[in-house]
Design a protein around this ligand. Structure first.
Ligand SMILES: [Ca+2]
Ligand SMILES: [Ca+2]
Ligand SMILES: [Ca+2]
Ligand SMILES: [Ca+2]
Length: 367
């Protein structure tokens, strides 16, 4: 679904679209006018959207909720701004305001956990659900007032991101898989505590407001050229590395003192000069085994190449997504947005030469 279609779909609810194509798209559940597009519920028998006392005005209020851990969730099976393929939507963050009015004993020592749930395509059956979760700062104590929580959601990540965990929520749950969950979020839940721990039952009086989901589209950097630094170009052009397709840029290795080496550099240009995120996706193979690949980025601050990924190169296409690059601004030249990627493959001299095949190089920048 494209952005325009989404805007139409959610136009019944308050929307804040930013002007710039690079800026984030946000949906926020403010509960204004009693709207609850996500179907948010504490599963409490005593629950309503109050018209005053929120942050500001309307908010979701649950009281005399007798539970070991309040669980604020979107309605099972309901499609909303909070559900869907987070990776395709380029979801970047989820936030919420919470307030604890009263609790019998203590609200202390409980992290607020964001859970992204995949319902295994059976929304009515919770026994086969799986979730990926992240434990944030502790839930608000009585007297702390409204407290804001912002969770980073690395929806672009190919594998479970650092700090995230997965959990089987029922006895029939399959083994959880990050990609399955993040490309099919069916329910979002805020768990008052660590979902792997036990807590005593007590009576809660709590509220939620301003539940937001933020999309932060990445901008692809335009590839400008590809050049062999070591080895010999066999075939291919810049066009060969634009897509995952049957076309490759092929390089024959060249022998050195210790290794056969094939080394190629790619130049890309980004419009975004202040990247918060830099993501390099490569799809490469070698024609022989026991080849090691090193992917490096030109650091324009130090003038050196920084290795960002090292791996044993399969002889079939291998996709690498490098998405946790520290100080991304060092790799985008401030004068013109240049980004340089180096793909180096090496093989021990006595093992013989090989060919480097590059199917695709993709450079994306998020501001
Ligand atoms: Ca509100
Ligand atoms: Ca289910
Ligand atoms: Ca391929
Ligand atoms: Ca290709």
């Amino acid at each position: 679904m494209n952005r325009v279609q989404r805007a139409i779909l959610y136009s019944a609810a308050p929307l804040a679209f930013a002007c710039s194509a690079l800026a984030a798209d946000t949906y926020t559940e403010t509960f204004a006018g009693g709207v609850n597009a996500g179907g948010w519920t504490y599963w409490s028998p005593n629950e309503t959207i109050e018209t005053a006392g929120g942050n500001p005005d309307n908010y979701l209020h649950a009281w005399e909720l007798d539970t070991f851990a309040p669980q604020l969730s979107t309605e099972p099976g309901r499609a909303s701004a909070f559900t869907g393929d987070y990776r395709a939507r380029q979801v970047a963050r989820i936030g919420i305001d919470l307030k604890t009015f009263h609790v019998d004993f203590s609200a202390g020592g409980r992290p607020l956990t964001l859970m992204l749930i995949h319902d295994n395509n059976t929304p009515a059956d919770l026994s086969d659900d799986v979730a990926a979760y992240y434990r944030g700062p502790n839930i608000p104590l009585v007297g702390e007032g409204w407290k804001r929580y912002d969770f980073e959601v690395p929806s672009h990540a190919a594998t479970l991101p650092a700090g995230w965990r997965t959990i089987q929520l029922g006895e029939n749950s399959p083994a959880p898989d990050w990609s399955t969950i993040i490309t099919g979020v069916r329910r979002v839940q805020f768990f008052y505590g660590d979902p792997e721990m036990f807590f005593i039952f007590q009576m809660w009086d709590i509220g939620a407001d301003n539940i937001s989901i933020i999309e932060d589209p990445l901008t692809p950097a335009a590839l400008r050229n590809i050049k062999v630094q070591r080895g010999t170009r066999l075939s291919g052009t810049l066009a060969s590395i634009l897509y995952n397709d049957p076309y490759y840029y092929k390089v024959t290795s060249q022998p050195g003192d210790v290794y056969h080496v094939a080394e190629t550099t790619v130049r890309a240009v980004s419009d975004a000069l202040n990247p918060a995120n830099l993501i390099i996706r490569t799809e490469t193979r070698a024609t022989e085994s026991v080849v090691q690949t090193r992917i490096a980025l030109r650091n324009f601050t130090t003038g050196r190449w920084d290795t960002v990924d090292t791996f044993w190169q399969p002889t079939i296409d291998a996709v690498r997504v490098i998405d946790s690059i520290a100080n991304p601004q060092d790799y985008v030249r401030q004068s013109d947005g240049l980004i340089r990627v180096r793909i180096q493959m090496i093989r021990a001299l006595q093992r013989g030469p090989f060919q480097q095949w590059i199917d695709q190089v993709k450079v994306s920048v998020g501001e």
